[in-house]
Design a protein around this ligand. Structure first.
Ligand code: NAG
Ligand code: NAG
Ligand code: NAG
Ligand code: NAG
Ligand code: NAG
Ligand code: NAG
Ligand code: NAG
Ligand code: NAG
Ligand code: NAG
Ligand code: NAG
Length: 416
């Protein structure tokens, strides 16, 4: 019971607090007559009026939000992205350079600066649709030595297509005169000092004027460096990979050198700020190298093409004798051995003909010796070995050329 009382008292207390707070803090009225005009194709001029019915001692200021989408309901979703410009100001007007590429949602809210207990107002909004026709697509930029080459593609035929540019520092709108199909080169010494660039493409499509504006970072983020040359030089025990670029437009610290080289097919990559790379020379290796100049992110963005590949030296095998001694020679020897064994097995009859069993010869000699003892007295030359008279079939006559060593078949005959 005690608990229930406690809880309900707490609820009552917090409810009453909410009521008291809510009664005092009311919303400020939104600003009135929010309108826009384009001062130049890039410069948006916003104006509005102070809300009506503000107490005379109430001081307010305004928050201006500009979002790069016609759809104001998407405004809060992408707040973290840079698609949003947000400013707090005291004035009743605001100017900013902006592109109309994706349409715009503009909102202005009233903030209490010193106005009792009032809350921020609801926003006053206007939305500007994107241009009816997208005149160009796939724009790209290359900056080098006070020139910026702008290229684009287009699906629509615009005979009077104009290309203009402006920067946030210099509000004038300048026409690009070196106009070709899909390309124009801006030639201006202030380019490299610009931090933002605005571009305008305009023309008449179906009798209607169309303005397309775009914004990019400054030209130094589109730096295109000339393709460098690379030379390889032997200096003492080292090799020097030396980059020969074109005349440097910016300070030396703005450049980095991306060396890719292979040493005996071992790939390596070195990025350094010195235009000469020094490596220890291995005279048994062939070197191949290329270099690319990178425009450092300290100064902007960009790179050169890769240089042509340069070669130095030849691959050699310093441990060839060792290789021979330990692998190749034993290999050859064992191959020969196996080969000769196979040959031997296959042609053993030719290489090692069958020798008559020695026992037979000995037996023959033994018998002879016994007879020798018998005939010792009768014959003088009894000591001579008298071979057995061979029992031969009468029809077969012995050839005088009979081989000295009897063959297997001869032996068989002898046994008979
Ligand atoms: C502001 O808007 C009201 C109507 O909404 C209009 O009567 C008034 O003339 C406008 N004021 C200006 C200065 O445009
Ligand atoms: C294009 O820009 C010019 C100059 O700012 C402006 O007068 C014109 O109304 C614009 N046209 C369109 C269709 O936005
Ligand atoms: C908001 O961001 C999302 C994802 O990042 C994207 O898909 C969407 O198009 C963005 N909306 C607008 C209006 O830019
Ligand atoms: C807006 O404020 C700036 C200073 O912040 C001032 O120079 C300018 O004149 C003001 N513009 C108007 C229209 O009040
Ligand atoms: C606007 O008012 C807020 C107080 O609500 C204050 O913090 C801010 O500095 C003011 N901004 C300007 C530009 O006066
Ligand atoms: C832009 O580039 C994309 C992809 O490369 C291509 O599909 C498209 O057709 C290009 N736009 C124009 C207008 O050529
Ligand atoms: C703006 O640029 C134009 C053309 O490049 C030049 O004539 C003019 O002096 C520049 N103005 C300023 C304020 O820098
Ligand atoms: C394009 O814009 C420039 C600068 O605002 C203007 O002088 C020119 O007349 C416009 N051309 C067309 C076809 O709208
Ligand atoms: C350096 O050059 C190689 C090609 O040789 C490339 O693959 C690599 O991405 C480059 N590194 C940088 C940081 O640009
Ligand atoms: C760049 O490397 C070369 C050769 O190794 C060396 O002589 C020179 O001092 C280095 N330069 C800098 C700025 O380090």
């Amino acid at each position: 019971m005690f608990r229930v009382w406690d809880v309900s008292l707490m609820i009552c207390f917090s409810l009453s607090l909410m009521f008291v707070g809510g009664e005092g803090e009311s919303e400020l009225p939104p600003p009135r007559n929010l309108t826009f005009t384009w001062e130049t194709p890039f410069e948006l001029h916003l104006t509005w009026e102070k809300p009506k019915d503000l107490e005379p001692d109430c001081k307010v200021n305004y928050t201006v939000d500009v979002h790069h989408s016609q759809d104001c309901s998407e405004r809060d979703k992408n707040k973290s992205q840079d698609r949003q410009v947000s400013r707090r100001i005291k004035n009743l007007s605001f100017k900013l350079d902006i592109s109309n590429e994706n349409g715009l949602c503009i909102s202005v809210t009233v903030n209490p600066e010193n106005c009792g207990i009032k809350r921020q107002s609801r926003p006053s909004e206007i939305s500007i649709p994107p241009p009816s026709v997208r005149l160009v697509e796939n724009r790209s930029f290359e900056y080098s030595h006070n020139r910026m080459k702008c290229t684009w593609e287009s699906d629509v035929y615009v005979p009077d297509l104009g290309f203009y540019y402006s920067s946030d520092q210099n509000k004038t709108v300048v026409k690009c005169n070196q106009m070709k199909t899909g390309e124009c080169v801006i030639h201006d010494t202030i380019l490299k000092d610009m931090t933002e660039m605005f571009y305008l493409f305009n023309g008449t499509v179906n009798g209607q004027p169309v303005n397309n504006t775009f914004m990019t970072k400054g030209p130094t983020t589109f730096v295109k460096l000339d393709k460098p040359q690379l030379t390889i030089q032997k200096v003492g025990h080292d090799l020097h990979f030396q980059t020969h670029g074109s005349l440097l437009e910016f300070k030396p610290h703005c450049y980095k050198y991306n060396f890719t080289f292979s040493k005996c097919n071992e790939e390596k990559q070195v990025i350094q700020s010195n235009e000469t790379l020094t490596v220890e020379h291995d005279s048994n290796c062939k070197y191949r190298a290329r270099v690319q100049i990178i425009f450092s992110d300290k100064c902007g963005d960009g790179k050169s093409d890769l240089s042509d590949e340069v070669e130095y030296g030849e691959d050699r095998y310093p441990n060839l004798p060792v290789l021979l001694a330990f692998i190749i020679i034993p290999l050859i020897v064992s191959c020969c051995l196996i080969f000769s064994l196979v040959l031997l097995r296959r042609h053993k009859d030719i290489i090692f003909p069958k020798i008559p069993e020695p026992t037979l010869i000995f037996k023959d000699m033994l018998i002879n010796n016994i007879r020798m003892a018998e005939d010792l007295r009768s014959t003088a030359d009894g000591r001579l070995y008298i071979p057995f008279e061979e029992i031969v079939e009468s029809r077969i006559s012995l050839e005088p050329e009979t081989p000295l060593i009897p063959t297997a078949t001869d032996m068989a005959f002898k046994k008979v």
